[in-house]
Design a protein around this ligand. Sequence first.
Ligand code: OXD
Ligand code: MN
Length: 591
Amino acid sequence: MATPAEKWVEEIARLTQPARIYWCDGSEEEARQIVETGLREEKVEGQPVFHELNPGTYPNAYLHRSHSTDVARTENLTYICLPEQETAGPNNNWMDPAAAKTLLRKISAGSMRGKTLYVLPYTMGHPDSPLAKACLQITDISYVAVSMRIMTRMSREALRRIGNSEDFVRGIHSVGDFDPAKRYIMHFPEDNLVWSVGSGYGGNALLGKKCFSLRIASWLGKREGWLAEHMIIIGVQDPEGKITYLAAALPSASGKTNLAMMESALPGYKIWTVGDDIAWMRIGADGRLYAINPEYGFFGVAPGTSCKTNPNMMRTLQANSFYPTLYTNVALDAKTREPWWEGMTECRPAEMLDWRGKPWQPDRPAAHPNSRFTVCIKQCPTLSPEYENPGGVPISAILFGGRRSRVMPLVLESFSWRRGVLLGAIMGAETTAAATGEVGVLRRDPMAMLPFCGYNLADYFGHWLRLGAQIPRPPKIFFINWFRRDEKGKFLWPGFGENIRALKWIIGRTAAAGSQGARETPVGFIPGKGSLDLAGLRMPEETLAELCSVNLEEWKEELADARNFLNRFGNRMPKGIWEEFRELEKAVSQP
Ligand code: OXD
Ligand code: MN
C-alpha cells in the first residue's frame, strides 16, 4: 500500500511528467552523485548547473550561475492563498486558493519532462524539538536538491517520521523553463503547502527557508501559540563565562549576519552563533521564552563579506566538510578558478569572469550584488554548543533595529512588552543599494517581517500582544541602531566588533531593576551617563550625546508617518496597539 507521501509524489509526477523520480536519503555519497549530475548533465541557459572550483583551495565547493532573470527573491510574485483576502492582509499579495491551484496546475503540466524529480525529505528544527516539522519537497534541479541538503536536516529519518501520516509540510518546486511570466511563489497555509514555479533562486526555491519557516510557520505559530521570526539568535559570553542569549530582528542590509558571528572588540567577551536568519520561539516549562534555529546552514550575501567585516564567516567558508559549499552568481578568478566578490579582498584578481561567466568589464559589478554562498552551519567556528539542543536557548532580550540615520538612538529599551511590540510594529529602515528601488528612503518593515508574515500583520501584532501576556518571565525588548549619522552624513558609531558595547549595556539592563544604569526619556530608557563601556574607544562626549539622543520633534514626525502606516490595516489593528500609540504620542508631545 502506498503511503500518503508516496501517493502525493505520484500525483505531482502525473502532472509534471518527469523522466525519473529519485527519493533522496541525504547521504554524502548521494550528494556527490547529484553534484555530478549538475556538473555533467543538467543545464541552465546552456551552461552546466555546477562548475567545479579550484579543488586545491576550494575542495568540495561549486559555482552555480542562475538564469539571468532569476537573481533575487521576487516579493511581487509571492502570494498568500487563503480563502479571505482580509486574512492575508494588505502586507501580502493574495489569490483565492482554488484559482491559484488551477493556475499552477496549468503552468506545471509537463514542466519536468526529460528531467529528474528529486524528492527531498527533511525536518526544520532538531527532530527532538517540540517545534520540529517533517517536510517533503519536490524539485526538478540538482542545485536545489544539494542546497536543501545544506540548509535543512535532510535524511531517511525524516521520511521515517512521516511514515503513514498525512501530517507533513509539502513543497512543490519546479524551475520549468525559468520564464518570468510563469513565475509564482504561492503559499497555502491551510494546506501546509508551498508551490513555487519558474525560479531557482534561494528564497523562492529552498522552500524550507522563508516560505515554510517564516510564512507558513508564522501562521502555525499564531494557531498553536508560538512565534516564527526573522531573527538571529546569539549567546553573549562575558569575561566570567556567563552566557546570555539574545534574539534580534533586523531587515536585510542591516548587518544581521555580521552581528550573528561578531568578534568582540571588548576583551573577554565572545559571541556564540545559534542562528543568522530565523528563530522559532515558544514558552518553556520555566516560564521563559526559548528559541531554536530551524535551519542547518547559512544562505549569505557574498559582496561585502571579508576577513575584516566577518572573519568568522570567511572561516566557515574555508572549513571543508562533507557538506559541499555552493557559490551562486559570484565572479571567478580566471587563472585560479577561485570565487571572488566585491569587498572580498582589497585587490581584485587580474583576470576575472563575471557572474554571467563573461570576461569582466571594469564598469560593471563582477559578482552580482545579490550573489550568495550556501554553507553548512556545522562549519561555523563560533557555532554555539547549544545549537543542537532541541529545547532551544532561553532568550533574555529581543532586539529590533534597522538602518536609521536619525531618530533612533544607538540603543533604546522599551518600558514594557506592549510598548516594545508597538515600536516593533512601526519600525523602519532606510533602503540601501542592495535592494531594488530608491536608495535612502524609509521603508516600514514591522519586526523585519513585512515580506515574511504569512497572514495579516494586524493579526500578527495581536498575536504578539496576547503571547507576551502569557510569558511568565518575558524577555525585555530593545531597539538598536548602528547607523546614526551627524548633520554632515558621517556615521557616529564605528559598528562591527564595537557593537558589543551596546550588547553589554543591554545584558546589564536585563538583570537591572528600575532605571539603574539608564536614563529615562519619554520614548524609553537610553544609556545613562558612564553606563556604556567605552574603554579603549576614543569617542568625544558630544558624539556620544548625539548618538544616544532622543529628539522629540523628530519623534513627532516619526509618529505622524507611522500613523499612516498603521491606518493601512483599518479596524483590524488591535486596540492595544492604538492605545499604546496614543500614549506614546502624548509622551512625546509633552512640553
Ligand atoms: C534573506 C533575506 O535572504 O532576508 O535572508 O532576504
Ligand atoms: Mn533573511
